[in-house]
Design a protein around this ligand. Structure first.
Ligand SMILES: Nc1ncnc2c1ncn2[C@@H]1O[C@H](COP(=O)(O)OP(=O)(O)OP(=O)(O)O)[C@@H](O)[C@H]1O
Ligand SMILES: [Mg+2]
Length: 600
């Protein structure tokens, strides 16, 4: 499941780095400091209770006479009331700081994330990024909210408690300190071992869920390949493993329970026993013993809490590092010189000058090897060639998703890297090879081309994209929810929505990557018409495998292995004997010729 994460460690650098996350608290620093003060107060008041209870017992027994029980009752009620107010305020203060602070972190992270260059997303996995936004930020939240508060409280309790006990009964305190904390720490280590087993059990259980997930999601394939018994065995094996680990976990828990009962309570009884002896010999009152034992229990809890604190802290530092790593990565915009000027509306005179390119994730494979091409403003140009030749790559480079290794791309005479990125990209619309829609409605998806478009414009765009008919056939029309990534629509329907989006955008340069590939012959004809209208007066680059769709273009560039091997019009290229294009065309158009005969 998860890939092996390096074991987090605390170093001075990582701690310093982690502390910088407190920058996000700066706007709420007053609440934060106020919260800390309240925390200090409430922890201190808390320490008074065991003392008062012991005193009351002594008063009730008549051992101590300088205290009035009634007066003490009043005191107790007053302290309780103050404690209540303080606790309420403290929780609210810390909640304000942590809720607002983590929301700020989340927003900053998201804002940074979507501005990062494409290569960042090709190098990291989406699941991992989502986890940074959710789990890691949640860890920070916990740190800011609970862990920090608990830590401070426990330190106060520990120091205050031990000081009080030593002052009250130095001898008994010595006995207690020699036994109790040692055993609490032992229990902690033991407990961690049991927790590890529990985590292992969770992991293995997770693996069984993977089997379950996989098979249920691909149930069609499971049944079609009659692999039910295979999957049953796979699931069965995974479950048997769970039982194995579970039993080890159970044994660990059982031994742990025995340990706690004998050692921890044993130590406590020992301290109490020793205290009893002191009471018996008149060196301590019963009330003092009660106070003492209560403090001992509280101190034990504090030690246990501090033990867990380290684990939590390491986790939080790791989370902070991962979050800050994103916050530190330069965005697409920061990578560009500040002198860039806004592109305005380009006319779309495109020139590729000896462009060399390798994807950053695969630097040793050169995808484009010296591509030069010219697309005059307002003309239609097609890129054809085998799968993997580099056609879609050319479009990605035009959109500045990646940097060139060598060469230059110029539009309207200026290197595209000298334009402001946002204004530059706003000149483009793309109908991509694989249309992935957002989870909302059809209307929202079309509006993505131009967020402020009017209803009439949306309908007109849908009509031009030949999408209006099928949209109107849905009971909810434009308000139909397209499902996650658009899965509730067919490939052809998705494509027409993407075309409507492009129409609405009204770009200077249009990029069509197999824009009609998922359409049936009739729809393709109508959409082709729509595209023809759309392409009028714009520079258009069309990628198509079906050559019939590019017959009419002004120039066809034939790509092979990252180089342009032929260029010209359909007629010109078809005439070349044994040319790449002419042989492709021969293959395809011969097939087309056969098709009607077969239908007849
Ligand atoms: N994000 C990427 N990272 C690394 N290599 C990639 C990436 N995208 C594409 N490639 C590689 O670059 C080469 C060209 O890919 P490209 O997508 O441009 O081909 P194409 O001509 O559009 O093919 P098709 O007709 O199948 O769409 C391929 O060898 C491909 O494996
Ligand atoms: Mg492609």
């Amino acid at each position: 499941m998860n890939k092996e994460e390096p074991k987090p460690r605390l170093s001075r650098e990582s701690l310093q780095e982690a502390l910088r996350i407190f920058e996000f608290i700066r706007p709420y620093r007053y609440q934060f400091v106020f919260g800390l003060v309240l925390l200090f107060l409430s922890s201190s008041i808390f320490m008074v209770f065991p003392y008062l209870i012991g005193k009351m017992l002594d008063v009730a027994q008549g051992v101590v006479v300088d205290f009035d029980l009634k007066r003490m009752g009043v005191w107790l009620v007053a302290i309780l009331a103050v404690q209540g107010v303080i606790s309420y305020l403290r929780v609210m203060m810390f909640a304000t700081v942590s809720e607002r602070g983590t929301a700020d972190v989340r927003k900053a992270l998201y804002q940074r994330l979507i501005a990062l260059p494409i290569v960042f997303f090709e190098k990291s996995r989406v699941g991992e990024l989502v986890s940074r936004l959710t789990n890691d930020v949640e860890k920070l939240y916990n740190t800011l909210y609970f862990i920090l508060a608990e830590f401070i409280r426990q330190v106060i309790v520990l120091i205050g408690g031990v000081a009080l006990l030593t002052w009250m009964a130095p001898k008994l305190a010595g006995v207690m300190l020699a036994t109790f904390p040692v055993i609490v720490i032992g229990a902690l280590i033991f407990g961690r071992w049991v927790r590890k087993l529990s985590k292992k059990r969770q992991d293995i259980l997770g693996e069984t869920n993977t089997v379950l997930d996989e098979t249920l999601q691909t149930i069609h394939a499971v049944k079609a390949f009659t692999n039910e018994s295979f999957e049953r065995m796979r699931y069965g094996r995974a479950n048997d493993q769970v039982v194995g680990v579970s039993m080890r976990y159970a044994r660990g828990r059982a031994v742990f329970a025995v340990f706690i009962i004998t050692m921890l309570f044993g130590a406590l009884f020992f301290v109490i026993g020793f205290g009893m002896h002191l009471v018996q010999t008149g060196r301590m009152t019963a009330g003092e013993l009660i106070t003492f034992v209560t403090y001992t229990a509280i101190i034990g809890g504090a030690i246990a809490g501090l033990g867990n604190f380290y684990t939590e802290l390491v986790g939080a530092v790791g989370a902070t590092e991962r979050v800050r790593e994103i916050l530190r990565s330069p965005t697409e915009f920061e990578e560009r010189p500040q002198t860039n000027h806004a592109a305005g509306r380009l006319t779309g005179n495109i020139r590729f000058e000896n462009v060399h390119f390798s994807y950053p994730t695969r630097p040793d494979v050169e995808v484009l090897k010296g591509v030069s091409l010219t697309i005059p403003s307002g003309k239609k140009v097609a890129l054809v060639g085998q799968s993997g030749a580099g056609k879609s790559t050319i479009m990605q480079l035009l959109l500045q998703f990646h940097r060139l290794s060598a060469g230059d791309i110029r539009i309207d005479g200026t290197s595209i890297y000298e334009y402001g990125l946002e204004s530059y990209r706003s000149n483009f619309a793309i109908v991509p090879q694989e249309v992935i829609l957002f989870g909302g409605t059809i209307r929202e998806n079309i509006l993505y081309g131009k967020p402020n478009a009017s209803e009439a414009e949306i309908i007109e765009a849908a009509r031009k994209a030949n999408a209006l008919d099928f949209i109107n056939r849905f009971p909810d029309g434009f308000d139909t929810i397209v499902g996650e990534r658009g899965i509730k629509l067919s490939g052809g329907q998705r494509q027409r929505i993407a075309i409507a989006r492009a129409i609405l955008r009204d770009p200077a340069i249009l990029l069509l990557d197999e824009a009609t590939s998922s359409l049936d012959a009739e729809s393709e004809r109508v959409v082709q018409e729509a595209l023809n209208n759309l392409m009028e007066g714009r520079t258009s680059i069309i990628i198509a495998h079906r050559l019939a769709t590019v017959r009419e273009v002004d120039c066809i560039y034939v790509l092979e292995g990252g180089q342009i091997v032929e260029q010209g019009t359909h007629d010109g290229l078809s005439a070349i004997q044994n040319g790449v294009y002419s042989s492709l065309a021969k293959l395809q158009f011969d097939k087309v010729d056969i098709a009607p005969k077969m239908e007849a």
